[in-house]
Write a protein that binds this ligand. Structure first.
Ligand code: FAD
Length: 458
């Protein structure tokens, strides 16, 4: 595009479902644009396909599908790059990332944080779900080692207890029982229903319970068991335990316990964010000086609050987007939602870049106070769209930004290689093995995500 406009640098933090979908969409629209550079910052050396983690846990030869190299993500010779590092702080025009070197299992303390500037930033740092769903690691090697250790724990045990009957607990119980039918597997859940998420019908929850029970898993509902030392941070424990249920007198003996409750996001990096001085109009100054980055986060879950355009929910940061599990864009976080949000964020960034180019090409004289980036309200038409020159963010609505629509309610629970239970949109109800097998449980979308990374299947 116009060589006269300054080079734009897009930084995407987090190279998984949301981040990679965003990068691929940006490449799709901007591949011929020599004025744009993309940097993907990711702490791991390969992309972790966590959806397949439980199958890989019980079936060793499936583990090769889990970690997808980044080597072919960007075309050879392109100006784009992958930066291996852990983002610790986010500012309005740069991030600080601690580099992670090959072989290092955690960020080395001697590494100085590096400054990486951006014009546009996409935060796609996702969530933590207790292992063996996701691992707190910075390398594929370490992740695979921990997976192997946990598989060995299962092989060595006879009576397994899983605490937490959300989607992860249900899939974990089903996979273990199917792969090791001689072991006893007990799933303990505090609520009256398994997978007790809003917007899902009881028939689906009941079918999940029935399916697991038929498979031989003992499902205990409406019960709570606190196991000493077992927590989301220490979610796999290999120990002989007599577990006392809280409401009844029943005691369950087990030699391996899994904690499978809750999704957690780490958004501590947002605490350094402040509005850029050039975005402050005199009448807004007092408001801006008292800016508290915590207001960008949901008070309870700590996810980043975004507008329907996926820009941060504050007028001062129209160039920063958050997508996937780390954001509140979807009520139920899923990889399909992260992909859809990544693509929407990419299209909106392309629109903003095109608009900047128009400005650089000579439209400024119509808008003396026009800022480089526009507020999402001005861009979506959600707010006052007139040329209100007292507000430094407003402008003509040349191209409206796209509003992200949360994905339709859908869930596929894969409990073994031949099936599981699904709740699908349009069809609006659950189906047994066939839908689950076709949609997920035979391959866990592995073909799709390896293709997306331009990698041949191992
Ligand atoms: C067992 C299991 C089964 C699932 N099944 C399904 C399913 O069938 N369908 C479905 O739609 N969803 C499913 N999900 C949910 C889905 O996996 C998540 O919603 C999805 O992972 C969210 O993607 P994301 O890109 O937002 O974040 P993540 O997948 O969490 O990725 C975040 C990335 O950011 C990197 N990162 C984090 N912090 C930093 C930092 N500070 N600096 C640099 N890099 C960083 C991480 O290393 C990671 O690569 C499943 C999840 C699990 C665990």
């Amino acid at each position: 595009m116009a060589d006269s406009s300054p080079k734009k640098h897009i930084v995407v933090v987090g190279g998984s479902y949301g981040g990679v979908a965003c990068v691929n969409k940006l490449l799709h629209y901007l591949s011929k644009d020599t004025n744009v550079e993309i940097t993907l910052i990711e702490k791991c050396d390969a992309r972790y396909h966590c959806v397949a983690s439980y199958r890989a846990l019980v079936q060793k030869d499936f583990a090769k599908n889990l970690w997808i190299p980044y080597s072919n993500l960007f075309p050879k010779g392109s100006p784009h790059r992958i930066y291996r590092g852990l983002v610790k702080d986010i500012y309005n025009d740069h991030v600080l990332a601690t580099p992670i070197h090959d072989g290092a299992e955690s960020s080395t303390s001697s590494s100085e944080p590096q400054r990486i500037n951006f014009d546009y930033l996409v935060i796609a740092t996702g969530s933590m779900i207790p292992s063996p769903a996701k691992w707190k690691v910075n390398s594929s090697k370490e992740g695979l080692r921990k997976l192997d250790e946990t598989r060995e724990d299962i092989v060595q045990s006879e009576r397994i207890v899983i605490i937490g009957g959300g989607a992860c607990g249900v899939e974990l119980s089903g996979e273990i029982k199917y792969a090791f039918p001689d072991k006893s597997v007990t799933l303990i859940h505090e609520m009256p229903h398994l997978v007790d998420y809003p917007r899902f019908p009881e028939s689906f929850k009941e079918e999940a319970r029935r399916y697991l029970t038929n498979q031989g898993v003992e499902v205990i509902l409406n019960e709570r068991a606190d196991i000493e030392g077992l927590s989301r941070e220490n979610s796999v424990q290999k120990a002989e335990r007599a577990i006392k249920l809280q409401k009844s007198d029943r005691v369950i003996h087990s030699d391996l316990q899994f904690f499978s409750i809750g999704i957690k996001v780490d958004t501590g990096f947002i605490s350094t964010l402040e509005p850029p001085p050039d975005k402050v109009t005199p009448d807004k100054k007092s408001e801006t000086t008292s800016f508290d980055p915590q207001t960008l986060l949901d008070a309870k879950s700590h996810v980043i609050k975004v507008r329907s355009t996926l820009q941060l929910d504050h007028d001062a940061f129209p160039n920063i987007f958050a997508i996937g599990d780390v954001s509140n864009a979807d009520p139920v976080p899923t990889c399909m939602a992260a992909v859809a949000a990544g693509e929407t964020a990419a299209r909106n960034i392309v629109k903003l870049i095109r608009k900047d180019e128009k400005v650089a090409a000579g439209h400024q004289h119509h808008h003396p106070h026009l800022h480089q980036h526009q507020s999402s309200e001005a861009m979506t038409g959600a707010g006052n769209n007139s040329d209100d020159e007292t507000n430094g963010y407003n402008c003509h609505s040349w191209n409206k930004l796209e509003n992200y629509r949360p994905t339709q309610t859908m869930m596929v629970l894969a409990m073994n290689p031949s099936g599981g239970v699904s709740h699908l949109p349009v069809l609006g109800t659950w189906f047994g093995n066939i839908a689950a097998r076709v949609a997920k449980s035979s391959d866990f979308f592995s073909a799709r995500f390896w293709r997306e990374m331009n990698m041949p299947r191992p």
